[in-house]
Structures are given as structure tokens and as C-alpha cells.
Design a protein around this ligand. Structure first.
Ligand code: FAD
Length: 432
């Protein structure tokens, strides 16, 4: 008789809610990971860096565990295939996992829950990847907040040691199910190749002290880069929050709250994954000019700050937050291209891609999302550059000199684009 702890986006042995609860329970615990074919088959790039990251992380965890006589049972397949196989091989009495708030993940977990129930196996799930989840921060009438400021006020008030203390997994480490010889599927076995992109380190703490003053300057590179670690759980959100509280890094803490906020929005309003939060915005007559989209993707718009950002993204899988806002505004407002196109491109490229934050960020930039700002806020790329990259240090780092020459014509003229988007947005929003 055993329990299974199913790892998904919580790839760590420390401070892991489901793992802690499983180990504390009555049966020895076997760790399971599924390289989900349903997800992997949708990835166009066979060198996808995120797949490399997951595979490497599991190799490391597994080799550590093998030294203590256990390991990770890692399977390549769909959950629908893998679960019956695992249940036929082991006498599983209960399954533990951490909550996942994305629509497809919820569906997957609901289906598994029903299946396990039919097999009379208990399914226990826990909050792990956020500080406060779904219904924990609500308005007085129990409804979810849809604007960040009042949400954050309550988030801050509620935050105390209880919510950020670590789950002491080690205490129960002798309850792992002993199993030798476990191997993680190689990238090649799954039809992937190793990416050459280098991954951000986990040492984020040193970045926090100067964060508030320098975070908005892309050349300063003064942010933590822990997005990928929060995405796959290689750093616990509670550890991140504890460090922020210890250093009184309030601004950085508020960014972690934005992450919670967007996850909660996606949970309460799953339609926003593909539709505008404010429905009227789905009446906008986007131009969706493919050649212009391609120019934007490749960093060939003739706007240096936009092009530098897209090149940083294409080369490293990362883009600075200020520049994400600029390029997103540029695509949706200057080029009048549907925010979903940009969202999909970021989803393909970002190491730290997180559906909730990405959809939230894109809808914020286009004006269709959880924000009180009016749609006529249109970023002017030149003014943004003057303010946040005054010496063009960021631009020079990412954009070859010849691309910055005056003779590279901008894809669209700013004043013209501004008038055009105001007219198109007004038409769509007024008629509703
Ligand atoms: P830091 O500034 O050091 O912040 C620490 C952590 O807080 C981040 O890693 C992230 O987990 C969280 N965070 C910070 N800012 C935000 C924010 N505005 N919204 C939600 N969480 C935040 N963030 C993602 O994690 N994944 C995405 O796919 C993503 N897509 C975005 C798309 C657009 C159009 C925009 C404008 C923003 C997007 N963001 C996204 C938010 C933000 O840009 C990144 O989280 C941040 O740049 C990551 O760098 P960092 O780890 O150095 O962040």
C-alpha cells in the first residue's frame, strides 16, 4: 500500500505542501511526474528551453533521491494513459497534488478525481503555488476583486507568518517508498533536444534591496529573474515572500501579490484565458496584418526600444517588464493586432511563461483587462525610451547599430497610429 505524490509545477522537495501532507500520511510515498504528451505535442520548438529545464530539474532531484534509496517515477505519456498503468502496478491508496488554477489543468484534475473515486482512491489537493488562492481574498459580499489596489490592501493585511512558513518536509523524509533504478526519460526519447539558453540562478535575495528604485530601468537589469522558478516551483512562493518580508522589500512583495491576483482572476474568470475580460473589447476590428506581426516578432519595427525588447526575448527567453509593457502596447495599439497573437508569441518564447500573468499583462496593455485606466492611454515608445533608457544602454545591448540608424523607417508613424487606434477603439467600445 502506498500514496502517490504527483508533482506538476512544484518541482522541489523542500517546502512543498502536497509532499509534506503525503509524507505525514499513513502510507509510504512514491513521487510521480508525467511528461504530459497532451502538452508537449503542442510545442512547436523541439529545443523548447522549458522542457530542458524540467528534464534537468527532475534529473537532479532524482539523483539526490536515489542516494537515499528512493526516486521519481517519471513517465512520458498522457495522464489518461499513465494513471491506469501506475494503478495496475502499485497498490495505491491515496494521491496527493497541489492546486493548479489553469482551465486545462482544472479539467485534467477533475477527470482524475472522478477516476480515482471510481477506484476508491482518495485524492487530496492543496494550495501551494500562491500565498492566497481563489476565495481567500474577497470583497465583503464574497465576490472576487477585479481591481488590484483594493485586492492588495486586503492581501497585505491578511499576510502573516502563518501563510509564509515553510512546510518542514525533511521531518518526514523517512516515509518515502523505497525504489531503486528509477530513470528520468531523456529529451531525445521524447523527441526534444537540449536548449542552449542559460537559466536564471535561484539567488534572488541580493536583488531585492535596490529593486524599488531600479526595477523600471531595463539596462539596470535590477529584477530577480525568478519567474521560471516560480513557474515550475523550483523556488517556493513562501520562500520568496519570507525573504521579501525579512528585507522589507514591499514593492517586490507587491509583485508577488500581482501574481496571486492574476491567478485568482484566471480561477474566477476562466474565460479570460481567451476572451477579453471586458467583453466590449472583443468587438474591436483588429487589423491583424501578418507581415507587420512578423516584423514585430523579429524586432524589425524601426522603433529601437520595441525591437531591442523582441530581440532580448528571442535570444534569451526573457524580456524586462517595462519593455514587455511597451512592446505589448505597440502591438495592440500601434499595429492594431489582437492581443491574443502577442500573448501566444510570448507563451512560446518566455521561460517564465505563466498563463495567468501573461494573459493579465496582455489584457492590461491593451486595456481590455483588470484595470481602471482608460483605453486612450497609449505608450509613446520614444517618450518611454527617454524616461527609462535615456542613454540607450538597453537598446545598444540588444539592437545592432545599423538597425538604429535613422534610415530604418518606422513601420508606422506614431501620431498617425495614435489617431487610428483611438478611432477604432472608440467605434468598438461606443457601440456597446
Ligand atoms: P521581478 O520584478 O523580480 O518580480 C518577481 C516575481 O513577481 C516575478 O518573477 C513574477 O513571478 C512576479 N511578478 C512580477 N511582476 C508581475 C506582474 N506584473 N504580474 C504578475 N506577476 C508578476 N510574468 C510572468 O511570470 N509570466 C508571464 O508570462 C508574464 N507575461 C507578461 C506579459 C506582459 C505583456 C506583461 C506586461 C507582463 C508579463 N509578466 C509575466 C509580468 C512581469 O513582466 C514578469 O513577471 C517579470 O518581468 C519577470 O521578471 P522577474 O522575474 O525579474 O520579476
Amino acid at each position: 500500500e502506498i500514496s502517490i505524490c504527483w508533482l506538476r509545477r512544484d518541482l522541489r522537495l523542500e517546502d512543498n505542501a502536497a509532499l509534506y501532507e503525503a509524507l505525514k500520511g499513513p502510507f509510504p510515498v512514491l513521487l510521480l511526474f508525467i511528461f504530459d504528451k497532451n502538452i508537449l505535442s503542442k510545442l512547436a520548438d523541439k529545443k523548447d528551453a522549458r522542457v530542458t529545464f524540467i528534464q534537468q530539474t527532475l534529473e537532479e532531484l532524482n539523483s539526490g533521491l536515489q542516494k537515499t534509496g528512493t526516486g521519481i517515477l517519471a513517465k512520458y505519456g498522457t495522464p489518461e494513459e499513465v494513471w491506469p498503468e501506475v494503478l495496475s502496478k502499485y497498490n495505491v491508496r491515496s494521491v496527493y497534488a497541489n492546486h493548479d488554477y489553469e482551465p486545462a489543468a482544472r479539467e485534467r484534475d477533475d477527470t482524475l478525481g472522478e477516476y480515482l473515486q471510481s477506484e476508491q482512491i482518495a485524492f487530496h489537493t492543496f494550495k501551494d503555488q500562491v500565498i492566497f488562492e481563489k476565495g481567500e481574498i474577497t470583497k465583503a459580499d464574497g465576490k472576487p476583486y477585479t481591481v488590484f489596489t483594493p485586492y492588495f490592501r486586503q492581501w497585505q493585511q491578511k499576510l502573516n507568518e502563518f501563510y509564509i512558513k515553510a512546510y518542514p518536509v525533511k521531518k518526514y523524509a523517512d516515509n518515502f517508498f523505497p525504489l531503486k533504478g528509477l530513470e528520468i526519460p531523456s529529451l531525445a526519447e521524447m523527441g526534444f533536444e537540449a536548449s542552449s539558453i542559460s537559466f536564471p540562478s535561484k539567488d534572488f535575495a541580493a536583488k531585492l534591496d535596490a529593486y524599488e528604485n531600479r526595477r523600471d530601468y531595463p539596462a539596470a537589469d535590477a529584477t530577480s529573474h525568478i519567474g521560471i522558478h516560480l513557474r515550475f516551483g523550483t523556488i517556493s512562493i513562501r520562500e520568496a515572500a519570507r525573504e521579501a518580508v525579512a528585507r522589507n522589500a514591499q514593492k517586490w512583495l507587491s509583485e508577488l501579490a500581482w501574481r496571486d491576483f492574476y491567478m485568482m482572476i484566471l480561477w474566477h474568470f476562466p474565460y479570460t484565458a481567451t476572451q477579453s475580460f471586458k467583453p466590449a473589447y472583443d468587438h474591436i476590428k483588429w487589423r491583424n496584418e501578418e507581415s507587420e506581426f512578423e516584423a514585430w516578432c523579429q524586432g524589425n519595427t524601426g522603433y529601437p526600444i520595441v525591437d531591442a525588447g523582441m530581440r532580448q526575448l528571442n535570444e534569451t527567453g526573457y524580456m524586462h517588464n517595462r519593455v514587455r509593457m511597451i512592446v505589448a502596447s505597440f502591438l495592440t495599439k500601434h499595429l492594431l493586432i489582437d492581443w491574443r497573437w502577442g500573448e501566444a508569441y510570448f507563451a512560446e518564447k518566455l521561460l517564465d511563461y505563466e498563463m495567468a500573468s501573461n494573459v493579465g499583462g496582455w489584457q492590461w496593455a491593451c486595456g481590455s483587462g483588470n484595470d481602471a485606466a482608460p483605453y486612450f492611454r497609449i505608450f509613446n515608445p520614444e517618450l518611454q525610451t527617454k524616461k527609462f533608457d535615456p542613454e540607450s544602454r538597453y537598446i545598444n545591448r540588444w539592437l545592432p547599430a545599423y538597425k538604429q540608424q535613422k534610415h530604418v523607417l518606422p513601420i508606422v508613424e506614431h501620431a498617425f497610429a495614435r489617431e487610428r487606434v483611438l478611432k477604432v477603439f472608440k467605434e468598438a467600445l461606443n457601440e456597446n
